[in-house]
Design a binder for this molecule. Structure first.
Ligand code: FEO
Ligand code: CA
Ligand code: CA
Ligand code: CA
Length: 642
């Protein structure tokens, strides 16, 4: 434990300060999510690293970080060494993609066959498994020579470049093993696989087959090629991985105003489809809405696939709605409906919940696989008083009728944003990860920032105008710890922390941590722009950030308790090289390895392939910066954080 946290004055401060947030909003601290003191955070004894801003990654003393996977590393057997200037689309299909984001570690059991995901998953093996990694988007100005202005590099240079970029997006599945000298990928593993912008997938659920999903290539509206904008995701206890389609609009070109159907024009416009977007559609015509006006409706979904079956076909789950999905994470309790939480990462968009129609039976591994294909999607309303409601997105109920352009449940799911707004859901400050802490059964919403929130739009759930620092909100379903009812349509909520520096002069940049108090946090303990989140085996929360460089230091990871006197008192664990955000965080089941994804290293004004800000992680003058996944562990192999 650091000196800082042993400081009795600070502890006293933590206990005595009230529940005042930086914006002056008081919130009753709810019993249940704060009353139960336990050993959380007390075991976060790592030596905190300082804020910094340089060209390296940073970990605490007595830890190691293996560079496990870099853009271009071979996932399948390849013919040559990787170099961006020699790269073909066929080669990129076999190699680790660009801009790694979400990470799922799926254990591999020693002697189980590939079809038996249940045996693999239940083995809890923490030294051998599949690493399943999203690749959100590409940055041609750092991937290829010839894009000499990072901010005007918006046009494709050739059909081959565009094909490489399509192959560099999506997802990778890679078998990895821990040995004496750290983590290594297993080359040539039959599990190793790439999913890209051209991989064939099924569309299932209420919107599948709807005429708004039909195209020239797929008159059935049930088959689609590829996934894009793969940001965060989730895992299921039935051995599948969920990957989100977030900023898919950027892949499409065309003018929504020239689409004849006003409903579709509004839909396409809301996802940022415009003539100014990159000209991918010049090379792959279905990405031009003037050619295929329905193609965008086949993106913006959650995708589920089975990493244990390398031949399985991914499927897009229309039950979970269509928006800029950050991810969906599950709460599965035996005999109860499965509950999944997710966010729409855009300004003034909503937090969502899905409740399955069927119930979760831990021993019915295969039957559980249909749980996400039938159920009800809800959007959240956060009332000023600290209570909230889940509002069902059901065709025919309330405003979700013909009068407002909804003719069936498919329309409600395709236009989930508009449905949620009509129901009166609360527009939020860009909801990123939404995840439940198994330790206290409360659900945490990362709200990253919102430059567009005006003063007269402030509410208790989004208390800052032009929110530049973000905040974390805590949802408390009814019931006691361990037996909370996530299927209930009402809940309580409160602010968990406000991003920012507790000592900042400007009140709107003043962060609040620990029981919502403005206590004098460690100089390096504060952060802004929460994005991804993970919980360790003790219920400590690990937050990954995206945006801290604007405040003078690198993005990284901060760990904190959610309970007890050190609730929401963060400690800085990991720092990115400049230009990068950190994504992923994912622990092995035993907590001894933490995987992180360093995304867009060296992204900065005027940083290009020829003249990048830096060349992390290779630091080789012949190689550009490469997005990479790191495996972080303690040198004595004990649990990370402790
Ligand atoms: Fe891709 Fe929501 O960050
Ligand atoms: Ca994210
Ligand atoms: Ca997460
Ligand atoms: Ca983000």
């Amino acid at each position: 434990m650091s000196d800082q946290l042993n400081n009795p004055e600070r502890r006293k401060l933590l206990k005595t300060l009230g529940t005042m947030t930086a914006a002056g909003v008081t919130n009753t601290v709810l019993p249940g999510c704060t009353a139960e003191n336990n050993a959380q955070r007390e075991n976060l004894t790592f030596k905190e690293i300082p804020h910094s801003l340089d060209f390296q990654h940073h970990i605490p003393e007595d830890y190691s970080a293996d560079i496990l996977l870099r853009w271009g590393d071979p996932v399948q057997e390849t013919d040559s060494d990787f170099h961006p200037e020699k790269l073909s689309a066929t080669e990129q299909q076999k190699r680790f993609g660009y801009n790694n984001d979400f990470i799922a570690f799926m254990p591999l059991a020693k002697n189980a066959p590939s079809g038996r995901g249940d045996l693999h998953l239940n083995s809890g093996n923490s030294s051998h498994g599949l690493l399943c990694v999203n690749h959100e988007y590409t940055q041609p100005h750092l991937m290829f020579p010839g894009y000499n202005d990072a901010y005007s590099a918006t046009r494709g240079v050739s059909a081959e470049h565009v094909a490489i970029e399509q192959a560099a997006c999506g997802h990778s599945i890679v078998e990895i093993k821990q040995g004496k000298d750290g983590w290594r990928l297993v080359p040539g593993s039959p599990y190793n696989r790439r999913i890209t912008m051209t991989t064939a997938m099924n569309i299932i659920g209420p919107a599948a087959g709807n005429k708004r999903l039909q195209t020239t290539a797929d008159p059935s509206g049930t088959q689609v090629l590829g996934t894009v904008g793969n940001c965060a995701g989730g895992k299921t206890p039935w051995g599948t991985v969920l990957i989100a389609e977030e900023g898919f609009g950027g892949a499409f070109q065309g003018n929504p105003q020239q689409i004849n159907d006003p409903r579709e024009a509004r839909n396409h416009h809301s996802f940022g489809i415009s003539q100014k977007n990159r000209n991918l559609g010049d090379y792959d015509r279905r990405f031009d809405i003037q050619v295929e006006p329905n193609e965008p409706n086949r993106f913006g979904w959650m995708v589920e696939y089975d990493p244990y079956d390398p031949h399985s076909r991914p499927r897009k789950l229309t039950t979970l709605g269509r928006f800029e999905h950050e991810g969906f994470t599950l709460v599965c309790k035996p005999g109860q409906a499965v509950v999944a939480y997710g966010g729409d990462d855009d300004e003034h968009q909503f937090v969502y919940r899905f409740v399955s129609r069927g119930t979760y039976q831990p021993d019915k591994y295969q039957a559980n696989r249909e749980l996400l294909s039938e159920g009800t999607l809800y959007a959240a309303r956060f009332n000023e008083s600290g209570d909230g409601q889940w509002l069902p997105l059901i065709y025919g109920q309330g405003p979700l009728s013909e009068k407002n352009g909804f003719y069936n449940q498919a329309d409600v799911l395709i236009d989930a944003r508009r449905a949620a707004a009509l129901l009166g859901a609360t527009p939020m400050d860009r909801p990123e990860d939404v995840e439940t802490n198994p330790h206290n059964d409360c659900t945490y919403v990362m709200l990253t920032k919102n430059k567009n929130r005006q003063k007269d739009e402030i509410d208790a759930a989004n208390p800052r105008a032009k929110n530049s620092m973000g905040h974390v909100l805590e949802i408390v379903p009814p019931g006691i710890n361990g037996k909370r009812d996530h299927t209930s349509d009402s809940f309580r909520w409160q602010q968990f922390l406000l991003g920012g520096n507790p000592n900042a002069e400007h009140p709107e940049e003043r962060g609040a941590y620990g029981q919502q108090s403005n206590y004098n946090i460690s100089a390096h303990g504060w952060f802004a722009n929460p994005d991804n989140v993970a919980f360790d085996r003790h219920g400590n929360m690990w937050i990954a950030t995206d945006g801290c460089e604007r405040f003078g230091f690198h993005d990284g990871l901060w760990a904190m308790a959610t309970e007890g006197p050190l609730r929401a008192a963060p400690k800085h664990f990991f720092g990115c090289p400049r230009g990068a955000e950190v994504c992923g965080p994912e622990f092995t089941p035993d907590g001894t390895t933490l995987f992180v994804a360093v995304q867009h290293p060296a992204e900065a004004r005027n940083s290009t392939y020829e003249n990048p800000l830096h060349r992390w992680p290779d630091n080789d003058p012949r190689m550009p910066p490469r997005p990479s996944v790191l495996a972080i562990y303690r040198n004595d192999d004990k649990e990370v954080g402790s």
